[in-house]
Design a binder for this molecule. Structure first.
Ligand code: SF4
Ligand code: SF4
Length: 166
């Protein structure tokens, strides 16, 4: 039998009592944060409005054990556009700290994700430098083909690394 989901009515108060979480209760679920989020655009599982809803209904485990809270790139677009000053970017930082404290992830996750963000910037820098030098890319379509090929190469590396560790 499927285990019944537990809800924690204290969860929202605990989030709202931490620096960065103060605006939580003011959310009226307009969805502006999700509409402007660059991560939501590429990752359908990432939805700021839904995360806030989960906190408000007390889905502690659903939030703190989720991959979604690690997806944000900290661009602050949601915070800038929110009509209620909820500061979702800072709210996510609260959730990440709670996830570590409550051992949903290992303690190195916060630093590791910061490093992912730094490496992503390097990747972008290298990609633009490559495009600048590359003479065979004349359109966005050319770029998308080039990018798909590069991603295939990365998938190949990953697959081979997995085989090496078997
Ligand atoms: S934009 Fe602000 S008020 Fe609207 S759903 Fe997002 S957090 Fe809530
Ligand atoms: S700060 Fe995070 S949640 Fe907000 S818009 Fe940027 S990526 Fe999305």
């Amino acid at each position: 039998m499927k285990a019944e989901k537990k809800f924690d009515p204290q969860f929202k108060y605990q989030v709202a009592s931490r620096p960065g979480g103060e605006g939580l209760m003011a959310c009226f679920a307009c969805g502006v944060c999700t509409a402007g989020c660059p991560v939501s655009e590429v990752e359908s599982g990432f939805n700021p409005r839904r995360i806030i809803h989960q906190i408000l209904v007390g889905d502690r485990e659903g939030v703190l054990a989720s991959k979604a809270i690690w997806m944000c790139i900290g661009c602050y677009t949601c915070t800038a556009h929110c009509p209620q000053d909820v500061e979702f970017t800072n709210l996510l930082k609260v959730l990440r700290r709670m996830a570590v404290e409550e051992e949903y992830v290992d303690s190195h996750w916060i630093k590791m994700i910061e490093d992912v963000d730094r490496q992503t910037q390097k990747l972008r820098r290298d990609l633009i430098s490559h495009l600048w030098e590359e003479k065979n890319i004349h359109s966005v379509n050319d770029f998308e083909k080039f990018y798909e090929n590069e991603i295939k190469k990365l998938a190949w590396v990953k697959e081979n690394n997995n085989h090496d560790h078997e």
